[in-house]
Design a protein around this ligand. Structure first.
Ligand SMILES: Nc1nc2c(c(=O)[nH]1)N[C@H]1C(S)=C(S)[C@@H](COP(=O)(O)O)O[C@H]1N2
Ligand SMILES: [Mo]
Length: 553
């Protein structure tokens, strides 16, 4: 009994030493990331690696299950895994320091691989992980050394089987200084000297632990604030946006039916959905931003932010939509975008015959593959610099992103865009196309029922059924609603400024008591009616009628 309690205490101290070593690693890693401007701490690198290699079904699950919190869930998950692994390393190190060091080497290998395989990796990207592992090595050595003076029976499994008195003696025999010099594994062997009394040993372990935790936290916080220094926040505040050379289409009266619960016609920037692979938002200051257009062009072009702003700017309402949006899902939003014409810039570069795809790369290495023909056909394909009259929020691509009406975001809406390679679809796959999604993905004609929503408890009598419908760059011509698979009824459509936005609709329902199924379907201006066939988001967008189940009292 005494033995198992001693073993339990040894394991506990080892685990604590391991977790503290990991904490020191994360803190120091963050600090070095902040100092060197490496794109992120080891945790970020590992998280990013995980995002890039997540199979599409899992990515969909994460988006559906955790929504906007998916990144928080990922980071928390990584931290939990690290803590467990670190505790195991600590316990192993109590038996033999070499076991612990081997565990740290595995940590180092994972961290370095993650950092080195980022598309934006340079040699400095490895520094945070290297510093983190060095910190972990030092902390583990020191803490394990002290932990062993606290607990008896430290020199391997056989030690625990000795009589209590013998073990006590070994504990007392490890001089504290030796551990710094030789390392705990060797120092722990009985040497016949006198060691600290148990109380002093415990205090020494606690003091070292507290110091480690303090240094780790301070380093982590300092790293965070260093990373934010020279951030885009200042640039965002001082940026003055030019006025559009052509004003946006006048917003006709009645674009917004103002029905409680119905998505407003314009989505506020703060409410706009966000989907991207960036665990840490790229911070691109306008003064360093450049866009290079190259590949199958007559003249390569590199344009600065100031030069972009001097071009004629267009302002237009465009509804963006994510291919991962499930039927009736939230990954869609409508904004007023201000930007330069992408087509005019490409005409200046001179697209060579045979080119049919733009591979557009962001500052963080994401790529989208956009059809040349779509960008050039006269629609407002923009290099956007503003959203709803404000400079682009960092999360939405500051300082410049692409917006192409009619295409899902992953094939058109590259945020933080810095490079456009004019090329072909044949043999060239962008980020999501490499992961099994379609190379070409026009937005499908779809609709959503917003009202009734919530608990879907409705009073008998006249009730508004309302929602939005979209078929970007085709336009919505009709929305129909049916109850309990009965006949279709025409909904009333709200006004729209053009064909590139979603359109609100409402139908007045004489609700009768009981449970009812309400469904909707949209018809676009080409005469196509959205299909009832249910398809999942992958590989090119979900289909099926949106529906709500209501109980009428
Ligand atoms: N750099 C970058 N741009 C990106 C993405 C990304 O992961 N990285 N995701 C795309 C996808 S899938 C969508 S749906 C839109 C979403 O734009 P939003 O976050 O501004 O709503 O951005 C697109 N642009
Ligand atoms: Mo998307």
């Amino acid at each position: 009994m005494t033995e198992s309690r001693g073993g339990g205490r040894r394991a506990l101290l080892g685990a604590a030493a391991g977790v503290l070593a990991a904490g020191a690693a994360l803190g120091i890693g963050q600090l070095v990331a902040g100092l060197t401007g490496a794109s992120g701490s080891p945790v970020v690198a590992v998280g990013q690696l995980q995002i890039d290699f997540t199979p599409p079904w899992l990515k969909n699950f994460a988006i559906t299950a955790f929504g906007p919190d998916d990144k928080l869930v990922l980071v928390s998950g990584i931290l939990v895994v690290i803590a467990i692994f670190a505790a195991v390393i600590g316990v192993a190190a109590m038996r033999r320091l070499a076991y612990g060091m081997t565990g740290l080497a595995v940590f180092a290998a994972v961290g370095l691989t993650a950092a080195a395989t980022r598309p934006t990796a340079t040699v400095t990207s490895l520094l945070p992980t290297l510093a983190a592992v060095a910190a972990a090595v030092v902390v583990l050595r020191v803490l394990i050394g002290r932990a062993r003076t606290v607990t008896p029976g430290i020199s391997g499994p056989s030690a625990a089987s000795g009589p209590p008195a013998a073990r006590e003696e070994r504990t007392l025999s490890a001089p504290d200084m030796d551990q710094w010099v030789k390392g705990p594994a060797e120092a722990a062997a009985p040497s016949g000297g006198t060691g600290p009394a148990p109380g002093a040993a415990r205090r020494s372990f606690l003091a070292a632990s507290a110091a480690t935790a303090g240094v780790a936290a301070a380093a982590g916080l300092a790293g965070r604030s260093l990373a934010e220094r020279g951030s885009v926040a200042g640039a965002l505040k001082t940026l003055r946006l030019p006025r559009p050379s052509a004003p946006p289409p006048a917003l006709p009266a009645g674009t917004d039916l103002r029905i409680p619960g119905l998505a407003p016609f314009i989505t506020a920037n703060s409410d706009f959905y966000r989907v991207d692979t960036a665990l840490v938002l790229p911070e691109v200051v306008p003064s360093s931003w450049q866009l290079r257009i190259h590949g199958m062009v007559a003249r390569e072009i590199t344009i600065t932010f100031d030069e972009l702003l001097r071009r004629p700017l267009i302002e237009d309402y465009v509804t963006l939509c994510c291919v991962s949006n499930p039927v009736a899902g939230p990954y869609i939003g409508n904004a007023l975008w201000l930007g330069a014409s992408l087509a005019s810039l490409l005409r200046q570069a001179g697209i060579k015959a045979g080119a049919d795809q733009l591979i557009c790369t962001s500052a963080d290495g994401f790529t989208s593959g956009t059809p040349v023909q779509t960008v050039m056909d006269g629609r407002d394909a923009l290099l956007a610099v503003a959203m709803n009259g404000q400079p682009l929020p960092v999360a939405h691509g500051f300082p410049v992103r692409m917006v192409v009406p009619g295409l899902y975001g992953y094939v058109s809406a590259t945020k933080w865009v810095t490079d456009i390679n004019v090329t072909t679809f044949a043999g060239n796959y962008a980020y999501w196309a490499q992961r099994g999604w379609s190379q070409r993905a026009p937005i499908k004609t779809e609709s959503r029922i917003d009202v009734p929503g919530g608990q879907n408890r409705v009073r008998a009598g006249r009730t508004a059924v309302a929602g939005v419908a979209w078929a970007q760059h085709k336009g919505i011509d009709a929305v129909e609603v049916r109850v309990d698979r009965g006949p279709w009824h025409q909904a009333r459509l709200a006004a729209v400024p053009g064909i590139d936005t979603w359109r609100q609709w409402v139908w007045d329902w004489e609700a009768t008591s009981g449970n009812h199924l309400i469904e909707a379907r949209a018809t676009d201006a080409t005469g196509y009616t959205q299909t009832a066939a249910q398809e999942p988001p992958e590989p090119n967008g979900a289909t099926g009628y949106p529906s709500v189940q209501v109980s009428v009292a």
